[in-house]
Design a protein around this ligand. Structure first.
Ligand SMILES: *Cc1c(COP(=O)(O)O)cnc(C)c1O
Length: 358
């Protein structure tokens, strides 16, 4: 049975976007696809607030994270982790033989700029990674403050995982000075999973030339070369159906809803969930002042069975998420992202109120 998804990806996708996946194929070396990809790139530049080059990847976001840490680390990377997805950067570095150090906080806390300052001041690193929105803990990291500190270290490349927030929160890539900013289609963009995209600076590409073994499929320098020189093409056959759908969805985001309205809608929904949690005797896991606008992680202070709760919600056509990894059963998560409307969220919260005490 179909359930309304209040999980942090994949999200519900509107029917007209699903229909775009059924568009007849075009060749991947044609004028039509170049025009399609140019349009997508220009709209993504607006969404990312950047003039940097946009690269699409037929993979989920983790593929581009792997490509980025491997393609750009010539010396040593420092990974600032606030949860499971921060730890993923470390795993990607480790399994690709990229030298790295991991700095992890107690879950529920943010990455603070002074900690980044302390590590970058050692001069040991040429890359640092930050998770913009940690989907396990519901923390949105203070990237503006981090950008301020980073100004002292202009030569260190900054990689950002914005998988669960780009399209739901304003991330001004150029103003912040982010070198590589990565997102996936199945979270705030409101598309099915299977494609991801990133922005990348010219200086990152220059720096990456020192790295010999960048792999092939996720070699960001090779992807960049194709996008720039061909132009707007890819070394291998991309998911053309995703491109049709992404083109349509970006047009809707930019021209029908508008970015500011979209971000405000996410904020409204985040506030609704936080209030519901407190009103119903729960606590929010994350530290006040650093909470996510796209997903809320709630401490299971009443020790209810999240599995049973989700089963009962399922019978009523809804689904939320259990906690992730070590936070399973200790927390539960409600996502409020992509095209979700506050009215739908209110329905879920009303049903939750009825079901939690059963
Ligand atoms: C979902 C998620 C990922 C993984 O993205 P995939 O597209 O599933 O590879 C990485 N980081 C964060 C913050 C996420 O929420």
């Amino acid at each position: 049975m179909y359930k309304k998804l209040f999980i942090p990806g994949p999200v519900d996708v509107s029917q007209d976007i699903l229909d775009a996946f059924a568009t007849p194929m075009i060749g991947h070396r044609t004028k039509d696809i170049i025009a399609l990809q140019e349009r997508i790139s220009k709209n993504l530049q607006k969404l990312f607030y950047t003039d940097n080059t946009i690269i699409l990847s037929t993979s989920s976001g983790t593929g581009l994270m792997e490509g980025a840490i491997r393609s750009f680390t010539a010396k040593r990377a420092v990974v600032f982790s606030v949860g499971a997805f921060g730890n993923r950067w470390a795993k990607l570095a480790e399994t690709n033989a990229v030298p790295f150090d991991k700095v992890e906080v107690e879950w529920g806390n943010p990455t603070l700029p002074e900690v980044i300052d302390e590590y970058l001041a050692t001069g040991k690193y040429d890359v640092f990674t930050v998770t913009h929105n940690e989907t396990t803990t519901g923390i949105m990291n203070p990237v503006e403050a981090i950008a301020e500190v980073r100004k002292k270290y202009p030569d260190v490349l900054w990689l950002v995982d914005a998988v669960s927030s780009m399209g739901g929160a304003k991330i001004e890539v150029d103003k912040l000075g982010i070198d590589v900013c990565i997102t996936s289609t199945q979270k705030c963009l409101g598309l099915p999973p299977g494609m991801s995209c990133c922005s990348v600076t010219e200086r990152a590409i220059e720096h990456g030339k020192q790295v010999k073994n960048r792999g092939f499929y996720f070699d960001i320098l090779n992807l960049y070369k194709f996008v720039k020189e061909k132009p707007y093409q890819y070394p291998t056959t991309p998911s053309i159906p995703h491109m049709f759908a992404l083109d349509k969805q970006l047009n809707r985001i930019m021209n029908e809803e508008g970015l500011e309205v979209r971000f405000a809608r996410h904020e409204t929904m985040a506030k609704m969930v936080r209030k519901w949690a407190i009103d119903n005797g729960f606590e929010i896991l994350g530290r006040e002042g650093y909470l996510s606008n796209t997903v809320t992680t709630i401490k299971n202070t009443k020790e209810i069975s999240i599995g049973d709760l989700n089963k009962r919600l399922g019978e009523r056509g809804y689904m939320i998420s259990n906690g992730y990894g070590a936070l399973k059963d200790k927390t539960f998560r409600i996502a409020h992202m992509a095209d979700r409307k506050p009215e739908d969220l209110q329905k879920l919260l009303d049903i939750l109120t009825e079901e939690i005490d059963k």
